[in-house]
Design a protein around this ligand. Structure first.
Ligand SMILES: CC(C)(COP(=O)(O)OP(=O)(O)OC[C@H]1O[C@@H](n2cnc3c(N)ncnc32)[C@H](O)[C@@H]1OP(=O)(O)O)[C@@H](O)C(=O)NCCC(=O)NCCS
Length: 241
């Protein structure tokens, strides 16, 4: 494991534009979302990297192309230390779980239903509900996945990545930026950057489409999927200490 001070000093945040890094970023996402003790929802459901792999191809890789993803690079080793993946909240046609033809969800059905349930509360507030004929791109930026490699955790690296991505989204003209935080840690990072809770689904009481409390065993500190929104119009990047 990298020592805290050294790792922090050597890590720079940059926009993910170099396609040679895409595979390395995908590997870190797969690890963080599928390892035991990683992302809480996948963890309790026992989702493995082979279950999750098609999510990378169908949903994550197209976001790399949108140019709104950021990566934390360890310049000492050339390793990817973390990444934030995101894009417009309103997907391009054929790029969404709203379109069942895009991919067979398999074991990812519960996580995607959970996200859709949270978004079902949030999106109408911003006039972006699926099927709304006036919904348009360019209003809400969507932070889709957050990962920090285990060797670099606990140093607020996610926060540094988010500051870069929020700044980019504001400059691009977005009014709001939103994340469905399944981890207490991502929700805490968003809160420190000024996010406000817009919707919440508690793991103890959420039932999947078979009526099963499939997420009730998620251990603390993770208790809920929280839809966290930053109002970008008034948002300013915190001054680096
Ligand atoms: C969520 C995640 C991106 C946070 O990254 P991070 O930059 O390390 O976040 P922070 O530095 O704010 O640390 C968060 C907590 O991690 C814990 N932590 C510290 N060192 C750690 C380590 N070596 N390993 C695991 N967790 C550690 C700390 O308890 C810290 O909590 P605290 O703020 O109460 O001290 C990262 O934990 C991760 O990749 N998790 C797996 C994927 C995931 O859940 N993504 C979010 C889904 S919305």
């Amino acid at each position: 494991m990298a020592t805290a001070g050294t790792a922090t000093r050597n890590v720079v945040i940059q926009r993910l534009t170099d396609s040679r890094l895409f595979d390395q970023v995908s590997d870190v996402i797969l690890r963080c979302f599928c390892e035991p003790g990683g992302e809480p929802v996948n963890d309790i459901l026992g989702i493995t990297s082979s279950d999750f792999q098609h999510m990378i191809g169908a949903s994550v890789s197209p976001m790399y192309q949108e140019g709104a993803c950021f990566v934390a690079m360890d310049i000492g080793t050339g390793r990817v230390a973390g990444a934030v993946v995101g894009g417009d909240m309103v997907p391009l046609p054929g790029r969404s779980s709203e379109d069942p033809s895009v991919f067979d969800l398999g074991k990812l059905r519960d996580p995607m239903d959970l996200i859709e349930a949270v978004e079902g509360i949030y999106l109408p507030k911003r006039g972006l509900a699926p099927g709304n004929p006036t919904r348009r791109r360019g209003v809400v930026f969507h932070h889709w996945m957050f990962v920090v490699h285990p060797d670099y955790r606990g140093q607020r690296l996610l926060e540094r990545l988010l500051v870069a991505q929020l700044g980019w989204a504001k400059t691009a003209g977005y009014l709001y930026s939103v994340a469905e935080c399944t981890s207490r840690y991502s929700w805490a990072s968003m809160q420190r950057l000024g996010a406000v809770e817009q919707a919440r689904i508690n793991y103890a009481t959420w039932r999947n489409r078979d009526g099963v409390l499939s997420l009730a065993g998620i251990p603390p500190p993770h208790t809920a999927c929280v839809c966290a929104e930053v109002d970008l119009v008034g948002w300013k990047a915190p001054v680096e200490r």
